[in-house]
Every structure is written in C-alpha cells, then in structure tokens.
Design a protein around this ligand. Structure first.
Ligand SMILES: Cc1cc2nc3c(=O)[nH]c(=O)nc-3n(C[C@H](O)[C@H](O)[C@H](O)COP(=O)(O)OP(=O)(O)OC[C@H]3O[C@@H](n4cnc5c(N)ncnc54)[C@H](O)[C@@H]3O)c2cc1C
Length: 265
C-alpha cells in the first residue's frame, strides 16, 4: 500500500521487519520480493508519484571531473527512481567489474560475479528482456539475417558483446499497482531519510530518521535495513549519519550483509 508521509502524525515511530530506503530499481525489486515471501517491509521514498521541483532540489550537487549534467538535472527522485530516465541497456557484469584494481583506491567488491549469477535470470522478467543469453554467436543465429552479422574481429584484445534493451521499464509505473495492492509492503512517499541511527558504538543500526519537506518527523525501527537510495545517495547518507561515529557509516560491510540477506532469503 502507499502512504503519504506528510499525513502521518508528527514524531510517529513505525515498526517493521525490513526497512528499505528508496523506491527506485533496487528498492522496488526488493519490496516485490518481500511481498512474495510474506515479509513485512516499509519502503521510504523521498519523492511522490511524479517529479516535483522541491524534491528534485535535494539531488543538487556539483559535478567534478568529466563534464556531464548529472546531479539534480539527470537523476529522478520520485517513485521508480532513475528508471524514470534510464536508457534500458542491459547486460550482465563481467568478472573484472568487481575486482580490486591496484591503481584505484578502495576498489573491489566484497564478492565476485558468482554471487550475482543466480539472480540474473530473474531480472529478465522484471526488466521485460528477451532470453537470458548474451552469447553473440547465439544471437547471430537466432536473428538469422544476412545483413546482421558479427564483425570479423581477430586477436584477444578486442571482442564483441551483446546488450539487450528493456522497453525501458519504468519501475514506478509498471509496478505501482502491485505495490498498491501489497498487504505486506508499505511504501511511504515524500519520506526523506535524513540519518541512519545506531547504538552508542555505531555497531548496530537501531532506526532511520525521516523528514518531509513540510516539517514532519518520524522514525522507522526495523530488524534489517537496506540502503537502496542510489549509488551516490547511499554514500552521502552513510557519511552524513555521523552522530555515533565521526566518519559516519563509512564501512559498508554491514550494509552488504543486510542486502545479501534480503536477496538470498
Ligand atoms: C540518464 C540515465 C540513463 C541511464 N541508462 C542506463 C542504461 O541504459 N542501462 C543501465 O543499466 N543503467 C542505466 N542507468 C543507471 C540506472 O538507472 C541506475 O543504475 C538504477 O536506477 C539504480 O537503481 P537504484 O535503485 O540503485 O537507484 P535509483 O533508481 O536512483 O533509486 C533511488 C531511489 O531512492 C530515492 N531516494 C534517494 N535518496 C533518498 C533518501 N534520502 N530518502 C528516501 N529516498 C531516497 C530516490 O528518490 C529514488 O527513487 C541510467 C541512469 C541515468 C540517470
């Protein structure tokens, strides 16, 4: 079901099993899975059903490095997240995408591609893709047209790859009805998570603090928390949550663990 956080009584505490921050691609995918598994979940989404200027302003930031109009101008801060503006290109990651690179500080993921493989097939239905096959020769044969041929590449330094296109799926539109009728999942709109709160030693997350743009405050207590606010916002939120530890939640191990627990379940 959907709830407008602006209508909730000031300083309310909501209790749930899994609290998901953000209703974009990751958040909605997890919420649908929680519903299927019969697990109570509360999704906290900053925006509403449609884009609005005031919420979008929260994405404002400076772009350093390559010139690219991202920050508030490009990302979408409302139900469905950046699936509202994504292009739809899809293909699985390669093993080296997750590896540590000596020349890139803090690079490398705490798991390899094998951890993700079992889930790729399921994304095809979610994203309305074709068969779970990314072998160029297979597609060349399946398309079977004389004018659609692979380039005759030779050597090991260059290879061809296949991407598939999602229509592209806009998660907030396609899955809105499923979320509206979900009895296990409560999606709070206009609910900005402003801090991840912990015990005094920053060892255990106790709750998240939420604010609306009209001044409402509430908090959500849960057994598990999943950050699904987008790559940049997850980091900003962890760094800003520095009440118990000056560096904030700079070590995301706890979050990976929580996320994997949720997906595996
Ligand atoms: C222009 C563009 C084109 C793209 N094209 C492609 C493509 O072709 N192929 C591809 O694979 N990927 C593409 N992407 C990337 C893809 O859209 C993202 O990887 C994907 O949306 C990330 O999903 P997410 O759930 O992590 O974050 P998002 O989809 O960004 O969702 C995050 C959600 O969290 C909410 N939120 C943020 N902060 C808070 C907060 N503090 N409290 C509560 N809620 C919050 C936001 O409102 C949003 O709804 C593109 C992205 C953009 C911007």
């Amino acid at each position: 079901m959907f709830v407008d956080a602006r209508q909730i009584e000031q300083n309310t505490t909501l209790r749930t099993t899994v609290c998901i921050v953000g209703a974009g691609v990751a958040g909605i995918t997890l919420a649908l899975q929680m519903q299927r598994m019969g697990i109570d979940a509360c999704v906290l989404e900053s925006g509403g059903y449609k884009p609005d200027e005031d919420t979008r302003d929260l994405y404002r930031g400076e772009n350093a490095g390559l010139s690219y109009s991202f920050a508030d101008g490009c990302r979408s801060r409302y139900l469905g997240g950046s699936s509202n503006c994504w292009g739809g290109w899809c293909r699985p990651l390669d093993p080296w995408d997750l590896e540590r690179r000596d020349w890139v500080p803090h690079s490398g993921w705490p798991f390899g591609l094998d951890e993700l493989k079992p889930y790729y097939e399921r994304t095809h239905d979610l994203l309305k893709l074709g068969p779970h096959n990314f072998v160029p020769a297979w597609w060349e044969a399946a398309i079977g047209r004389a004018d659609v041929r692979r380039l005759p590449l030779s050597g090991e330094n260059i290879r061809d790859t296949i991407s598939q296109f999602s229509p592209p799926v806009r998660f907030g539109k396609l899955y809105r009805e499923a979320l509206a009728s979900a009895d296990r999942v409560k999606v709070l709109l206009h609910a900005n998570v402003i801090a991840i709160e912990s015990d005094a030693h920053a060892g255990t997350v106790t709750h998240v603090s939420v604010a609306t743009l009209c001044g409402k405050r509430l908090r959500v207590v849960a057994q598990r928390f999943v950050l699904a606010a987008g790559g940049i916002e997850n980091a900003r939120l962890m760094l800003a949550s520095n009440r118990a530890s000056p560096a904030g939640w700079a070590t995301p191990t706890t979050w990976w663990a929580a996320t994997l627990w949720t997906i595996r379940g």
